[in-house]
Ligand binder design. Structure first.
Ligand code: SF4
Length: 316
């Protein structure tokens, strides 16, 4: 069966072996972040609806889970914001009834958490990883580029409400964009917001792959460390280090990408055009190859190119 709404499972640096469920078409989101690995948001919306038919999602899950795969998580993520799908709660219920042994995770940009119905639908999920990159409206507008009149303070209120009502783990994720959200004023505002939200963990990440905006640079290690210390108990998310062999990880895709890059450096957009893979899936394979130290990112005037590291067989 060719899956349209499931991807992976692939090794994730935070979640182990994670099967992805993608509930919205590329690229449907409430934000258009400058660092987005899926490219520009062409459908920027706050409208919740059934973006993909639930029957198709159930059919794919029934087929995939009948093989009883070894998974650490089933994760709602992918080509945009998963809580935009009005039926996310039904998929959660379906999985909890059908396969209660699997842990569920949601990666969300937090923008819809101030909607009571959204919080109610996601309550049974075991781990929620919401993002909050800034606590000031000015930075929110330039870094996350929201649509539909979303306001930063409403998002923080939604996160506070989630913490109040939700018994599972919340790992708050912050993307560090040098020059935008790493100033003393920004840090003070973020710290105050975190004190209200009370997440179980705080995770800091920065650019480790080409983002939407080519001018964006990754934060250096000192900046990351300084922010982690200032925010208190924040972890810096490192590259994924491959662990034991994962039987369900599709090595052939990883090899295909590596072989392509051996011939010539490519951007993520080039790879999307060349290979018949979903963007979120391509990104996971890229992360895996980056984690293995086989490929690297080369920032050039024309954009961020992926290329094979010299000592890994590139023809020169
Ligand atoms: S990074 Fe996430 S929240 Fe931001 S535009 Fe991309 S999919 Fe949307």
């Amino acid at each position: 069966m060719r899956y349209r709404h499931l991807f992976g499972p692939v090794p994730s640096r935070r979640l182990g072996v994670s099967l992805g469920i993608d509930l919205v078409p590329l690229k449907t989101c409430t934000l258009n972040c400058i660092y987005c690995e899926c490219g520009e948001t062409n459908n920027c919306t706050v409208e919740r609806k059934e973006y993909v038919p639930l029957e198709e999602v159930y059919e794919e899950l029934n087929d995939y889970l009948s093989k009883k795969p070894a998974l650490d998580y089933i994760t709602f993520s992918g080509s945009g914001e998963p809580t935009l799908h009005s039926g996310i709660g039904d998929v959660v219920k379906f999985l909890k009834q059908k396969s209660p042994a699997y842990r569920l995770c949601l990666l969300t940009n937090s923008t819809l958490l101030n909607d009571d119905r959204v919080r109610e639908q996601i309550k049974p999920i075991d781990l929620i990883v919401p993002s909050l990159d800034t606590a000031t409206e000015e930075c929110f507008q330039s870094l996350n580029r929201p649509c539909g009149g979303l306001r930063c303070e409403d998002i923080i209120e939604g996160l506070v409400a989630l913490r109040r009502e939700y018994a599972g783990e919340i790992h708050l994720e912050i993307f560090v964009a040098p020059g935008l959200n790493d100033t003393p004023e920004e840090l003070a505002a973020l710290k105050a917001a975190i004190e209200r939200i009370k997440p179980d963990r705080i995770q800091l990440g920065t650019l480790d792959r080409p983002g939407t905006e080519e001018w964006l640079e990754p934060a250096d290690y000192n900046t990351m460390q300084g922010m982690a210390a200032c925010l208190g108990n924040a972890e810096i998310i490192g590259e994924f280090r491959p662990g034991p062999k994962i039987p369900s990880f599709d090595d052939s895709h990883s090899r295909q990408i590596y072989e392509t890059l051996k011939r010539r450096p490519c951007t993520v957009a080039d790879l999307k055009a060349l290979l018949n893979l979903r963007p979120a899936e391509i990104q996971k394979y890229i992360n895996h190859l980056l984690g293995q130290g086989k490929i690297e990112i080369d920032h050039r005037e024309r954009g961020a190119f992926l290329k094979v590291k010299k000592n890994h067989g590139r023809q020169t």
